[in-house]
Write a protein that binds this ligand. Structure first.
Ligand code: BGC
Length: 749
């Protein structure tokens, strides 16, 4: 470069200009907030804190908006209605404060992307961001400017239905994916009419719900909150300016999230500097009464307001009680003013004061080719190849007849998954449709459902399915879960395949034909037996609108699987909770011990060994975190660290040689873990710290580099301070969480 200093100067000047411009903008917004606030009556302030369900609007609702008793709404059915309500707020209420219209846009609006757990399996934050941007564009066309997503609850329990809505069990992966989703929803400028405010939810530890039963209690320690559950929230707020946060339904260690002053005020506001909106979950303020944390609705309102919940979703206790609580001195005017400031700030940032209406005449982007292509790419990248005996996949041109069997092969509603209020099954492209359309010219597809739906137990059509299998060169059996079996409130104590699906697989395997099992589900299922009976297994999650074309191209090798598991698959439900980054124990499973079937009769109490394992489930999981096959193979060599002793301010550079040793151009997710070998508390056996997707041609090699700032090794220590503790560490790199190259390094005092 000819004038490097000049370029640097220009860059700094531009950066300074941007910072000054954005702080000037922020200042202007703050002035506007104070101006509006100074004109508001107490009733109008309380109205801003009240969020209403607009599913069935009545005349009373219009009147409430007119008199300033409503600040935001969710579930408004159409953009026309949204505009009508905004018009009342803007033109007929005293101060003309606009509403914010919210909706659960979780993994797509009309163009459905894979469920978030599937998106996490892509290990590709870029496609997650693109998906959220598309969802924002489509939703904002319909008047929605606030989504209640992403859900960033760490989920280590497949019984919990909402695991589908999560990014899985890992804190780092969830943080990266949550941040990507927030960026996609909010865009670079929240006031752009195609941007929607994101909501980091559920604050906090909701995924740790007892027994995987939704809405239950959690008992996560302060340190675990800090080390495991809070980081995705902190990252989304600090690094992506997530505009809002939702409190969760659960009480953690006895304190309901909506009444947890310490977390909402000290951690969220003071430590992280959050100046956005905190909204309760649906009815969660009122439910504090049911929990026995409050005597009545009035006390619930008091505790919610004082803890720092700015908006109450749907249960109306604020509206009914704040005035009296203020008069009694149980809450302070400043608390109300601060909450209203946060709400007005959101509305100003969204540009709603200037432009509250949705343009009903502009060209729609819904289901555009660009959106469908991105949804297909996301689906392809979300699939995880769990088994591929004798490289049966991809199907080659010797395959002339294929039997397509199973209840999920042509289930346009169910393949969209949970939280698809706006998805339309008529627009869904199923595997059956796509296989026929894309490959039907060269391949004869015979379709026999076998079972009508995933819970179906009627086996009378098995014989037709078996007959079809017998005629085929390869059998594809699509099994899994209907959409309704996962998601909110849809928890299961048994996570085996439902209905007679397992028997169907068994019968098909008896034909001796090559059997490919494809699973569409909202959670990891316990499918050890079915994996054993199949030649290949491809996990599809619920893949969304474009799941079919994505499956078709993966099966025929037009695309190569690259997904990795964002969550551990247990063999038995009784192994739950099970996750790769558990703390070290004094007696780890030594894997030589006696298993159930080998126990001699009347064996002595201590003769079997004394390590941490199950007699019946054995030592291993079905599949571990980070696992996933490709049609190609990869070799890892030459792990090199820039130094093996470092100080706290250093950055460690790590390189590894990755080679594509197979026959397909393919993408490998290179995973980078560390382990802190001793600390002031017991430490996890390993923790994911970074990952990269690397695409290589057959035979191609690449030096993959990671930079690890030592500060990234900090954790919340025995005194609940965030520190990097000096000592010995191991660094590991590989294609899953257990087959890893490793080297040690030391952090000096
Ligand atoms: C869920 C939230 C959701 C809200 C609004 C609640 O039942 O827990 O995640 O955003 O409903 O629909």
């Amino acid at each position: 470069m000819k004038y490097p200093h000049f370029s640097l100067f220009c860059f700094l000047l531009l950066a300074c200009f941007q910072i000054t411009a954005s702080s000037a903008q922020e200042k202007e917004i703050e002035n506007k907030i104070e101006n509006v606030l100074s004109k508001m009556t107490l009733k109008e302030k309380i109205g801003q804190m009240n969020q209403i369900n607009g599913r069935n609007p009545t005349d009373n609702l219009y009147q409430q908006i007119r008199s300033g008793e409503v600040g935001s709404m969710l579930n408004i059915g159409s953009p026309e209605l949204a505009n009508q309500l905004q018009k009342i707020a803007k033109k007929e209420s005293r101060l003309g404060i606009p509403l914010v219209i919210a909706r659960d846009v979780i993994h797509g609006f009309k163009t459905m992307f894979p469920i978030p757990l599937g998106q996490a399996a892509s290990f590709n934050p870029e496609i997650v961001e693109i998906g959220a941007r598309i969802a924002a564009k489509e939703a904002s066309e319909k008047g929605i400017r606030w989504t209640f997503a992403p859900m960033m609850d760490i989920s280590r329990d497949a019984r919990w239905g909402r695991i589908a809505e999560s990014f899985g069990e890992d804190t780092y992966l969830s943080g990266v994916m949550s941040m990507a989703m927030v960026k996609g929803f909010q865009g670079t400028d929240l006031s752009n009419p195609s941007s929607i405010a994101a909501c980091a939810k559920h604050f906090i530890a909701y995924g740790a719900t007892e027994g995987g039963r939704d809405y239950n209690s959690t008992n996560v320690t302060q340190r675990q909150l800090r080390n495991i559950y809070l980081p995705p929230f902190e990252k989304s707020i600090r690094e992506a300016n997530c505009a809002t946060v939702m409190t969760s339904f659960n009480a953690n260690d006895g304190i309901p999230a909506s009444g947890n002053e310490f977390l909402l005020r000290n951690v969220l506001r003071k430590e992280w500097g959050f100046d956005g909106v905190v909204v309760s979950d649906w009815g969660a303020i009122k439910e504090m009464v049911q929990m026995g944390f409050c005597e009545d609705n009035k006390e619930a309102a008091m505790k919610g307001v004082n803890a720092g919940v700015d908006i109450e979703m749907t249960s109306g206790t604020y509206l009914q009680n704040i005035e009296a609580l203020l008069a009694e001195g149980k809450i302070q005017m400043k608390t109300i003013d601060d909450a209203v400031r946060n709400i007005l700030r959101l509305k100003f940032k969204l540009g709603l004061f200037d432009n509250p209406y949705t343009n009903l005449t502009s060209k729609s982007s819904i289901y555009s080719q660009e959106h469908l292509d991105a949804a297909k790419q996301a689906a392809e990248e979300s699939f995880v190849l769990l088994k591929n005996k004798n490289n049966i996949l991809p199907l080659n041109n010797k395959v002339k007849t294929v039997a397509i069997i199973g209840p999920m092969a042509d289930a346009p509603h169910d393949q969209m998954g949970t939280w698809t209020f706006d998805g339309e099954k008529v627009m869904t492209q199923t595997p059956l449709q796509a296989l026929k359309k894309k490959y039907g010219k060269d391949v004869n597809f015979i379709y026999e459902q076998g079972l009508a739906f995933s819970r179906d137990t009627i086996k009378s059509n098995f014989s037709k399915a078996i007959e079809a299998a017998k005629q085929a060169d390869v059998v594809l059996v699509f099994v899994g879960e209907e959409a309704i079996l996962s998601g909110e409130a849809h928890c299961l104590a048994d996570i085996n395949l439902k209905g007679a699906q397992s028997e169907l697989i068994e019968e098909l395997s008896k034909t001796g034909k090559p059997l490919v099992t494809l699973v569409m589900a909202g959670r990891p299922l316990t499918i050890a037996k079915e994996v054993e009976s199949s030649d290949a297994v491809l996990y599809l999650w619920h893949p969304g609108t474009m799941g079919g074309p994505a499956v078709a191209d993966i099966l025929f090798g037009k695309a190569v699987p690259s997904g990795k598991l964002p969550v551990t698959f247990p063999k038995y439900v009784g192994q739950i909770p099970v996750y790769y980054n558990h703390d070290r124990v004094g007696r780890p499973a030594d894997k030589t011990e006696t298993l159930l079937n080998n126990i001699p009769l009347e064996a002595k109490q201590s003769s079997l060994g004394t390590s941490s394992y199950y007699l019946d489930a054995g030592f291993d999981n079905l599949f571990d975190f980070g696992y996933g096959l490709s049609y190609s193979t990869f070799e890892y060599k030459n792990l090199v660290l820039s130094s093996d002793s470092l100080s706290q301010s250093d950055v460690l550079t790590v390189t590894v040689d990755l080679k594509n040793t197979g026959n397909f151009q393919a993408t490998e997710v290179v995973q980078f873990y560390t382990a802190d070998l001793s600390g002031s508390t017991a430490r996890p056996i390993k923790e994911l710290k970074d990952f990269k997707r690397i695409n290589l041609k057959p035979g191609e090699s690449k030096k993959v580099e990671f930079k690890l700032p030592i500060a990234k090794l900090a954790f919340w220590d025995i005194n609940n301070n965030k520190v990097v503790e000096p000592g010995k560490f191991t660094l590991m790199v590989g294609g899953n969480s257990y087959e890893l190259l490793q080297k040690g390094f030391t952090i000096l005092q």
